[in-house]
Design a protein around this ligand. Structure first.
Ligand SMILES: [Fe+2]
Length: 314
């Protein structure tokens, strides 16, 4: 498909990637990984759910862990700017035949639930409860010092559909990867908030979408190394899957990918760049050059093929 032209006046104002909900087998062990090791802040918790946020986040949660029988991804969340945008989103998705529903979600204002064109379950709201930003509370910084949620990566056989769909919602293609001399974008990096991506779509086996990773920013490259040492000390050494290294590829980030106790993949990274201006055109990368570039070993097979299914917790 041709690269679609950006839509500068979308039907409603979706502003950013907001939160992700993951089903886990053992909430206590997940808390040890995400809170005691990585350093996420607990906004609230009960027997079945752990609501976490990063140190710079003023909203209630960006990562929700739900006790469930089978590890899976439940939803990815996006924010719209106002309640009027939420109503416009509901009308837009209904006209498109996507059957949006209103749901009650703890700590969130009115929430719209709908699937995107790749079948990814979305949780969309205009606001949620607030909590203090802890940017200046140095005593609360620990582990990797996660700052905020930045983006998601999804595997799907329908990258072309997803590109067309999110472009209609006002997302702009910052970068894309082509394969085997084709002009066809096979990896697409889409953004609303003015940095390289809020959501990435990459080829997947199907039929349903898979969550490859959710990514959180960290303050310093040093924390990528420190968190690996700390995870090893805490018995989570094998959770370090890929990196620390640098993407000589879309986003340019310095990163490390971790697998949590249920196999959910979390990326910690820094060094993204700003892309807002109208003359910022999508940047094309060829896969052969991505794989040949940079330094260090290529991603392991697990990173290339493993990802979490979306589905209800059992
Ligand atoms: Fe990423």
């Amino acid at each position: 498909m041709a690269i679609p032209r950006p839509v500068f006046r979308p039907p409603f104002n979706m502003t950013r990637a907001s939160h992700v909900v993951l089903a886990v087998k053992d909430l206590k062990e997940s808390k040890r990984f995400y809170v005691d090791a990585l350093g996420f802040v607990v906004s609230s918790e009960d027997e079945n759910r752990l609501y976490l946020r990063g140190l710079e986040e003023g909203c209630h949660h960006s990562l929700v862990l739900e006790q469930g029988g089978k590890p899976s991804a439940q939803h990815i969340g996006f924010r719209v700017l106002t309640e009027e945008d939420l109503d416009a989103a509901e009308a837009f998705f209904r006209d498109l035949g996507h059957r949006p529903t209103w749901v009650e979600v703890p700590h969130q204002a009115r929430t719209l639930r709908v699937s995107d064109a790749a079948g990814v379950p979305l949780d969309i709201c205009a606001s949620m409860e607030t909590r203090p930003r802890l940017i200046l509370q140095s005593s609360r910084f620990s582990g990797a010092c996660p700052q905020r949620l930045d983006h998601f990566q999804i595997l799907t056989p329908h990258v072309d559909r997803a590109l067309e769909f999110y472009t209609r919602l006002g997302f702009r293609l910052s970068e894309y990867i082509t394969q085997d001399g084709s002009e066809e974008p096979s990896f697409v990096f889409l953004q609303r908030k003015g940095n390289p991506h809020d959501i990435v779509f990459a080829p997947g086996p199907g039929p349903g979408p898979l969550l490859h990773h959710a990514a959180f920013t960290i303050p310093e490259t040093y924390h990528l190394m420190f968190i690996c040492d700390l995870l090893a000390e805490m018995g989570f050494g094998r959770s370090v899957e890929y990196g620390p290294a640098r993407h000589f590829a879309p986003g340019y980030a310095r990163f490390v990918y971790l697998r949590d106790p249920d196999g959910h993949r979390i990326e910690l990274f820094n060094t993204h760049y700003q892309t807002i201006d109208i003359e910022d055109e999508p940047l094309k990368w060829e896969m052969a050059k991505v794989l040949a570039g940079g330094w260090g070993p290529p991603p392991p097979q697990s990173w290339m093929t493993e990802a979490a299914p979306f589905g209800a917790a059992e």
